[in-house]
Ligand binder design. Structure first.
Ligand code: BEZ
Length: 239
């Protein structure tokens, strides 16, 4: 029977607002110290179930295709699966040499892919979810901010490929919240109105609305304001 301690380890999961658990790892790009190597930048740590599987292949091609776009948003990508380094290298080589997905081909994965045959890192991040699989990581996406804090987490089951528009949208929305001290409403994209939180602001909201016309309040708890798309993108994206 498992000890309580082992059970605890199996179900541990970092939560939003926690410091990202630290580890050092061997990757396809050499050794990394996580999250300290990414201090001052955002990093998305994501897991996939296994090398040489089709959904994962489609995701890696998509992530690699988008890597420069994420880099422009000051965000690095780091992948992980419970496979060894030589499997990773052989899989990524095969992807580059043979696989085309949605018109993307000859794609080189340049971001680090962690080997985690011991599952130590996957367990630290709650990527092993035994109801789904005891031997493969689920498709987890951890958004970690420049201070090393976990800011958002998305989990997908093994059979469901991730939505990369949403991953990018969430990253830009969190950066916008940080930079402009606003919240972002449902399905928000740059250029759409943002939310001014009632706490601390809406006492002033109606006053400010009449004074500056800046805020639009449907009621005391629902105030929005315009935030120009170029203002957002010029602040957030590197040239
Ligand atoms: C896939 O990537 O295709 C996959 C991996 C594990 C289970 C199911 C699908």
């Amino acid at each position: 029977m498992e000890t309580l301690h082992e059970q605890d380890k199996a179900v541990f999961m970092p939560r939003i607002g926690d410091k990202a658990p630290e580890f050092e790892a061997i990757t396809t790009q050499g050794k990394i110290y996580f999250p300290s190597d990414y201090s001052g930048e955002w990093v998305i740590l994501f897991s996939h179930p296994a090398d040489f599987t089709p959904v994962c292949t489609s995701e890696f091609i998509t992530f690699a295709h988008l890597e420069d776009k994420f880099k422009k948003a000051n965000c690095n990508l780091v992948g992980l699966s419970i496979d060894g380094l030589y499997s990773h290298i052989a899989w990524l080589r095969t992807i580059k040499e043979k696989i085309e997905f949605k018109g993307m081909k000859n794609i080189e994965v340049k971001f680090p892919l962690i080997e985690d045959i011991t599952m130590d890192i996957a367990k630290k991040y709650g990527m092993i979810q035994p109801g789904e699989s005891k031997t493969q990581a689920v498709r987890a996406v951890f958004f970690i901010d420049p201070k090393g804090i976990v800011r958002a987490i998305i989990y997908y089951p093994l059979s469901l490929g991730r939505n990369f528009d949403e991953i990018y949208r969430a990253l830009i929305a969190m950066q916008t919240s940080d930079r402009f001290s606003v919240a972002t409403p449902a399905d928000w994209k740059p250029g759409e109105d943002v939310i001014i939180s009632p706490a601390g602001s809406c006492g002033m909201a109606e006053e400010r609305m009449t004074l500056t016309n800046e805020l639009k309040c449907e009621d005391w708890f629902f105030c929005t304001k315009q935030l120009n798309k170029d203002t957002v993108l010029n602040e957030i994206l590197k040239n």
